[in-house]
Ligand binder design. Structure first.
Ligand code: FES
Length: 165
């Protein structure tokens, strides 16, 4: 297991946001997942430095918090790039060639899943069904779902995203 007692420090503004979110959620039943979602929605990721204050507030161990964050692919442990590109890896998309597509995307961006391009523009993430199976292979750029994708279309999407950031 990774070192769950992170030495990462958060700036005061981020720490204040996290503390406020912890205070909002700590008394609700089953607070951990809603709290983690709210932290990621609020600051873009779930820093390891949050694990200890979360564990104290919810009477959990740091290892339990770490285990939940790392179990769910949805949670990021590092800040994301300016755009999030999520590639569907579920069955329908795989049947329509998503494995080859994802290999091309990784190669052209020079990154793997859960990494961000050196220019900070694109973070690449896997996703497991976007509800767009009829138009496989599908992917999502930020909040927009795209279907019937190929390498050329993805290259254009990435280029447009870089131009707008
Ligand atoms: S399997 Fe890819 S959108 Fe459903």
């Amino acid at each position: 297991m990774a070192n769950v007692l992170s030495t990462e420090t958060l700036d005061a503004e981020v720490l204040d946001k996290v503390q406020a979110l912890i205070a909002q959620h700590k008394d609700m039943p089953g607070a951990l997942l809603p709290l983690l979602h709210s932290i990621q929605d609020g600051i873009g990721y779930v820093p390891e430095a949050c694990y200890l204050p979360i564990s104290k507030a919810l009477a959990l161990s740091v290892a339990e918090v770490h285990g939940v964050v790392t179990f769910y692919h949805h949670f990021r442990s590092h800040p994301a790039g300016r755009h999030i590109l999520q590639i569907c890896r579920a069955e329908s998309c795989q049947a329509m060639g998503s494995e080859k597509l994802e290999a091309n995307i990784k190669s052209s961006l020079g990154i793997d899943y859960h990494q961000t391009t050196a220019d900070g523009a694109i973070t690449l993430e896997p996703v497991y069904c976007l509800g767009n199976c009829a138009c496989s292979p599908a992917l999502m750029m930020d909040d927009e779902v795209y279907g019937r994708m190929n390498s050329q279309k993805v290259a254009e999407l990435i280029s447009d995203a870089r131009a707008t950031s």
